[in-house]
Each structure stands twice: as structure tokens, then as C-alpha cells.
Write a protein that binds this ligand. Structure first.
Ligand SMILES: [Cu+2]
Length: 344
């Protein structure tokens, strides 16, 4: 009988040791997690537009086998030196780097001398974008009301959200580029967490699909579940393609079907509780923290005034030595300004 107990005890100890070693191995594996692998593609194309400020090159490129068909896309650039010597119309060879969460042009070079005919022949989408920009709603103007359908099949109108800060963006569920639509949705998920803590019930997020024929409510519902537990403050909207086109136009968004995918740029729009346009972000270069601060300034204007009137005590300022006044205040402003990647 005693021997049986000893065998059972030894068995239990062995199982516990095996379990511990598995858990430990998993822990070691996760604490040494490798960065996401980077895939690179060598692609040829023609530069359509250089947006140095937003670090984007709009390029009409040939098909990238196994990744995306030939189309015109605004592709991010991390190294600003890559813009040197490039002009719209240049034919280029470039390297597109892609990870699970990001994609960017990592190298680019001209493949033949600038061809004036090619420049003159640039397709109309750059013109279309410029036209959209002049026709769009301007800051301070009322954003026209619209009617769409959300992921539950419920009718929604922009005016339903009067009294709240509305942050609106455009996505489509089949977008393959990690730093386009998927990044907008990831940022919105982060923004939702921030705003639900700071301003519960005073905000509404709205993701409007550019692909309303495929992205019906059921598709959007499944997509929404990847990003949010459905707080009731984030709508994923579809509807009449013409209605969506007119909303896009009012924000200056460019999108068009090309080779089975949607070639598009990005617009994220902040609309005030009075229905007026407050701000438009025109690329993926924005952070949830930045939008959160814009919403805070909108909903709590006193806080903004207090920040503007803030004068630091003399002891807080660095002692003026040989610095000029300009460099001193610039340094101090840098000190006070949150970094664009700041998070709280
Ligand atoms: Cu997209």
C-alpha cells in the first residue's frame, strides 16, 4: 500500500516537472520573440506625385506577383533622402518592404532619363486629387449630412451624432497593405480605448467602406469584431456607392478600382459636436494620442485656453547663457510639445 503511494507521488512530481519545463520553454520563447519578418519586392513603375511633407510617393506600379496587381498607390517612405533627385513622371525601380504591420519604399532609383512626354501624359488622378481638394468641405464649414447603414444593418445619419465629436475614416475590408486600411482600424481601436476612458458617450467613430458592394453589413460586422468588442461608439458603414462617393469627395479622398483592388489615399476627419469640420489628416502619419488631444481641445476648450495661457515659473526656464532668445524658446517649445509618437 505504501509503495503504491510512493509511485503515485513520484508520478505526480514527474508530471509537474514536465509541465513546468513546457511553461518555462514557452515563456523563454515568447520573451525572445523575433521582430516580424520583412519581405521585399523589386518593382518598376512611374512616379505620379511626391508628397515630401507626408513622406509618401504616389507611384503607378506594375503587378507585384503574389502580393498585389498593377495599380497606383501612395506608398510611404521612411528615409526622406529617397526623395532627392526625384520628380513626378520619373520611371523608377524601387524596393517595397512589407512586414505584417507595415509597408514602405526602402530603396528607389530612376531607370531612365526623365521623359517630358511621360510627364505631360500623367494620368488624371493627380488632377482628380487636386480637384477634390478644392471642392472639399473646408475647416469651419458644416459637413453635409449623409445616410448609410451600419454593421448591424441599422440606418445611420451623420446628424444622429450631433453633440458628439465624430472621427471618420475610410477603409475597405480586403485592403492588403498593412499601413493603409488595417492601420486605420488599428489606430481607431486604440483611439476608442482612449476616448471611452476620457469622454465616454461624447464621441463617435465611423469607418466608411470604399467597397460598398462587397462590404455589406455582415462582412463589416465580422471585420469590426477583429478590432472592437462593439462599444456602441464605433460604426462601420456601407451604403449607396454614389452616397459614399459624395462623402469621399467632401473630404478630398481619392479612391478608384484598379486591377481588382482599390487604389486609394487616406482621409481621417474630425467633425465637431456642431457638425462643422475641425481637421483632416491626409495620410497615415497621425497617432491616436494626437487625435485624442484634438478631441479634448474640442470638448474641453477651457483646457486648451489654460494650456495657451500657461506661463512657466522663472525657475523652470533654463538659465540664459549664450543662447539666443529664438533658440531658447524653440528648445523650450520642443520640450513642451508631445512627440508625434507620444502615448499615454
Ligand atoms: Cu486600404
Amino acid at each position: 500500500m505504501k509503495a503504491k503511494w510512493i509511485i503515485a507521488l513520484l508520478g505526480a512530481m514527474t508530471s509537474a516537472a514536465i509541465l513546468c519545463s513546457v511553461v518555462l520553454r514557452q515563456h523563454v520563447a515568447s520573451s525572445h520573440a523575433q521582430p516580424a519578418p520583412t519581405q521585399t519586392f523589386q518593382v518598376r513603375g512611374q512616379v505620379r506625385e511626391l508628397d515630401v511633407q507626408n513622406r509618401v510617393i504616389r507611384v503607378e506600379h506594375e503587378a507585384i506577383p503574389g502580393y498585389m496587381p498593377a495599380m497606383t498607390m501612395p506608398l510611404p517612405v521612411k528615409d526622406p533622402a529617397l526623395f532627392n533627385g526625384l520628380t513626378a513622371g520619373d520611371r523608377v525601380q524601387f524596393e517595397l518592404a512589407v512586414t505584417r504591420d507595415d509597408s514602405w519604399i526602402s530603396h528607389i532609383q530612376k531607370i531612365r532619363p526623365e521623359d517630358p512626354a511621360a510627364v505631360a501624359d500623367l494620368a488624371t488622378n493627380a488632377d482628380y486629387i487636386r480637384t477634390n481638394e478644392t471642392e472639399r468641405v473646408q475647416v469651419g464649414e458644416s459637413v453635409p449630412d449623409f445616410r448609410l447603414v451600419d454593421q448591424d444593418g441599422k440606418d445611420i445619419r451623420l446628424n444622429d451624432f450631433r453633440g458628439k465629436a465624430v472621427v471618420l475614416t475610410f477603409i475597405y475590408t480586403r485592403c492588403p497593405l498593412p499601413n493603409f486600411c488595417p492601420l486605420m482600424s488599428k489606430n481607431f481601436a486604440d483611439l476608442e480605448r482612449r476616448l471611452s476612458k476620457e469622454f465616454p458617450d461624447q464621441y463617435q467613430l465611423l469607418s466608411i467602406t470604399m467597397d460598398p458592394i462587397f462590404d455589406r453589413p455582415a462582412v463589416l460586422k465580422e471585420y469590426a469584431a477583429r478590432y472592437t468588442a462593439n462599444s456602441g461608439h464605433w460604426s462601420f458603414a456601407t451604403g449607396d456607392p454614389l452616397q459614399i462617393q459624395s462623402i469621399a469627395r467632401s473630404t478630398g479622398l481619392y479612391y478608384a478600382w484598379e486591377g481588382g483592388l482599390i487604389s486609394h489615399d487616406l482621409r481621417t476627419v474630425l467633425i465637431g459636436p456642431d457638425g462643422r469640420l475641425v481637421h483632416i489628416w491626409k495620410s497615415n502619419v497621425w497617432t491616436p494620442y494626437e487625435v485624442q488631444r484634438f478631441v479634448a481641445d474640442l470638448l474641453v476648450p477651457d483646457a486648451k485656453n489654460r494650456r495657451a495661457q500657461f506661463r512657466p515659473p522663472a525657475s523652470f526656464l533654463p538659465r540664459p547663457t549664450k543662447m539666443t532668445l529664438t533658440s531658447l524658446s524653440a528648445g523650450f517649445l520642443r520640450h513642451l510639445t508631445p512627440s508625434p509618437c507620444g502615448s499615454r
